[in-house]
Design a protein. Structure first.
Length: 409
């Protein structure tokens, strides 16, 4: 049971990273517009985040220090500052979207406008980050996020046309109703969603919070190779439900309610209750991750005391950054900016910032001064380098595609 519970860090990271508010709608929208023709991007993204999360977790377990801390020491303050600026801004946008996502989930359950729930959701988020210890937090919300497995059940209950979906999944290119520009834009967005920088910052810092050491490398790998593929499976299930229900009718998806509808159609009211619970747990878990990641990156760059293992008074600057980040996210939402649109923009900017995150991780994971004989294997370096090339292509293409397609049209 102890080892099983240890996996919840990976589950929380994966659920919060793969299935946040943007992904809930983005995967559903992709399924509605392209069927399963972009499923290959999710698979590639899962493998990529597994490769780099394993590096980040191994660095933290062996050195006892989080990745961002070592990046500053290894590459110097200037390079680390560029990393900090890019990752913090993307994380802040994502935090705002997740708070909005929590409010949207509550709106589905209560029919009360989501903006009225935004301050309440932000306050509860701050209380949890301030008072709840790390392990109970990750276990409660990591395991509650598993309610989204209801999408897998719903997909099977819908009686999917396996042959058609299989043909779509093995077809490279858009359907006749879409063009190559939108196809490429959504491919970039899905890849960036899988590789979001805050995932590795949270995962490595969480490993330090849980006091992982070399003895925990097996646990670290189980977290990575169970948690992230699970997140990818849920993403594919969400895409598949939309592909079955919406794609044949040519209906586009742009709300959280539309994302939930296939589950309600397949499983009735009980399914709807479970999916709303999953929405809440996933978005709240993502808000926890992004809130903590905002504090982690700033505190680790400046060398402040950080984390939930120490009393809030001893890490006052860390908690201040978290609080200020939450307030900034609320302020953005109260301008009536759409949480889903915020996330779509954050994914584009996340794609641009990816090289600043993953190149330093690859460098640190090969440094024997920190890892000794636990540096990357040849296979890991080949995969890491190959993905770095993909990351650079995605980073260069993200903004032009956003402009050309009007954020996917």
């Amino acid at each position: 049971m102890k080892r099983l519970l240890a996996i919840t860090l990976g589950i929380l990271t994966a659920i919060g990273g793969f299935v946040d508010i943007g992904d809930l709608v983005a995967n559903s929208e992709t399924g509605a517009r392209f069927g399963m023709r972009l499923a290959w991007v999710v698979v590639i993204g899962v493998v990529g985040i597994c490769v780099y999360a394993e590096m980040a977790g191994r660095v933290a377990a062996v050195s006892g220090r989080p990745v961002f801390d070592l990046v500053r020491e290894r590459l110097g303050p200037r390079a680390a500052l560029a990393n900090l600026a890019g990752s913090y801004l993307v994380t802040l946008l994502t935090l705002a979207a997740e708070i909005g996502g929590v409010a949207l989930a509550v709106e589905l359950a209560t029919s009360v406008h989501y903006l009225l729930w935004v301050p309440i959701a932000a306050f509860v988020l701050w209380v949890v980050l301030w008072r709840v210890k790390f392990e109970p937090m990750e276990r409660v919300f990591g395991l509650a996020g598993l309610a989204l497995v209801v999408f897998v059940v719903a997909f099977l209950a819908l009686g999917p046309p396996w042959h058609n979906l299989g043909d779509q999944a093995t077809t490279f290119g858009p359907p006749s109703t879409e063009d190559w520009g939108t196809y490429a834009f959504f491919a970039v967005a899905l890849f960036a969603a899988a590789m979001t920088p805050y995932e590795v910052f949270f995962f490595s810092s969480g490993a330090v919070e849980e006091k992982w050491s070399k003895r925990d490398l097996a646990t670290e790998r189980v977290n990575v190779f169970v948690g992230f593929p699970l997140g990818g499976l849920l993403s594919l299930a969400i895409m598949g439900c939309a592909a079955v229900v919406y794609e044949p009718a040519g209906i586009r998806v742009d709300t959280l309610g539309q994302t939930a509808l296939p589950v309600a159609m397949a499983l009735g009211k009980l399914g709807l209750v479970v999916v709303i619970l999953g929405f809440f747990a996933a978005t709240f878990g993502a808000a926890l991750e992004t809130g903590l990641s905002a504090g982690y990156t700033v505190a680790q760059y400046f060398g402040w005391q950080w984390g939930k293992l120490v009393r809030p008074r001893q890490a006052a600057r860390f908690h201040t950054v978290v609080l200020v980040s939450i307030l900034l996210g609320v302020a953005l939402l109260l301008t009536t900016a759409d949480p889903i649109a915020i996330t779509e923009y954050s994914l584009v900017f996340s794609a641009v910032a990816l090289p600043l995150t993953y190149l330093p991780i690859l460098i640190v994971a090969n440094d024997r001064d920190y890892l000794g004989d636990k540096v990357n294997s040849r296979v890991t370096n080949v995969l890491g380098t190959a993905y770095l090339v993909v990351i650079l292509v995605v980073a260069v293409a993200a903004v032009p595609l956003m402009v050309i397609t009007g954020t996917g049209g």
